[in-house]
Design a protein around this ligand. Structure first.
Ligand code: ATP
Ligand code: LTN
Length: 326
């Protein structure tokens, strides 16, 4: 059985980019993989967080994991900071990473450009991600396309250590979806949909009301040509909407182009609102049941124990290879 590992940051509301690019794959993979899904709270403190909001957000993401169909009896769900091995391994990996390769990470470049003085954690963030993955002898990492560079770095660090210290880590592979791998912002289809954008209409969060979903889709940026066809470079807005429609409905983009060949953008957008609501409303219902439940807390506690068991074995092996400790 393949070991699968992935993580989502508990910052803000999970949006349909996160859902289509990453979370939906999590659910499929739990059927035949040994899956571990983490809420990476230590990653989120690379930028300042309000402690109360962070705590709420962690539980929100955990409840959303379960609401979209992750079953704690089939996979392991836990909070990163509950297992100390992540930070411990990150240090060891940091000592085997180069500042040159870390300065080439595009996510770091983007996130640090607005900071007057970027925290060191923002710079070493990809190494903590590598530690998350390598700690569990992971074979497959399902993530959105934007994480490709971080997965490559993880593979490089693992191979480098295996070459120097002997077989220590499993070298993981990323798993990226072709369609829906990169959902773009609704207000500006040239940048990815993101939790951190200031405009709430740039994204659809999984917990948005039908009214908000409608508003965001109806006012989304398109073009003046008026024809519904996929052309990511000339028509990024409508292409993004087609991608979203296709990912939610399971229908091929070509079929949608045919169906809507004589329709206007307004009619197409209206149908898209229905398609999105149809999938999100049942998720929201389950979320509101799970969020206040003891079942959620039990799942996280169990998950942390299971994760800790695996992590402990890896840390023993790593320390032995490096000659650390007794
Ligand atoms: P931010 O945009 O604020 O940096 P984020 O939306 O990237 O945050 P993460 O928690 O870091 O949020 O991402 C969780 C998962 O969702 C990752 O696997 C990531 O690749 C994927 N993902 C994020 N944004 C998109 C997007 N627009 N399209 C597809 N997948 C995405
Ligand atoms: N860096 C990722 C979140 C993340 C992750 C991980 C994903 C942290 N650790 C381990 C997969 C595996 C992001 O920004 N989306």
């Amino acid at each position: 059985m393949k070991r699968v590992f992935s993580g989502v940051q508990p910052t803000g509301n999970i949006h349909i980019g996160n859902y289509l690019g990453a979370l939906k794959q999590f659910v499929e993979l739990q059927e035949d993989g040994d899956c571990i899904y983490c809420i990476v709270d230590m990653h989120s403190i690379t930028l300042p967080q309000d402690p109360k909001e962070l705590k709420t957000s962690i539980l929100d993401v955990a409840a959303l994991y379960m609401a979209i169909g992750l079953d704690p009896n089939k996979c392991t769900i836990f909070i990163q900071s509950d297992v100390s091995g992540h930070a411990e391994l990150a240090w060891i990996l940091m000592c085997n990473s180069y500042t040159g390769e870390l300065s080439r990470m595009t996510q770091f470049k983007q996130k640090s450009k607005d900071e007057a003085s970027a925290p060191a954690g923002l710079f070493t963030y990809p190494v903590l991600m590598a530690a998350d993955i390598l700690l569990y002898d992971t074979d497959i990492v399902p993530v959105g396309n934007d994480q490709k560079q971080h997965i490559e770095l993880t593979r490089d660090i693992a191979q480098r250590i295996n070459n120097t210290y002997g077989e220590t880590f499993v070298v993981p592979d990323g798993r990226f979806l072709k369609e829906g791998a990169r959902i773009m912002a609704l207000d500006d289809p040239t940048v990815k949909m993101s939790k951190s954008s200031k405009n709430i209409h740039s994204r659809i969060s999984l917990l948005d009301s039908p009214n908000k979903i409608k508003k965001s889709i109806m006012r989304s940026t398109t073009d003046s040509e008026g024809s519904i066809r996929f052309d990511a470079s000339e028509k990024p807005g409508i292409s993004n909407l087609l991608t979203i429609y296709s990912a939610f409905s399971g229908r091929r983009i070509e079929d949608l182009e045919t169906e809507y060949s004589s329709a206007g953008y307004g009619a197409f957008k209206k149908d898209l609102v229905d398609v999105v609501c149809e999938e999100l409303l049942p998720i929201q219902e389950r979320f509101h049941e799970i969020r206040p439940s003891q079942e959620l807390l039990n799942a996280l506690k169990d998950g942390a124990e299971r994760a800790e068991n695996i992590a402990e074995k890896t840390m023993k092996r790593v320390k032995m290879r490096f000659g650390l400790g007794l």
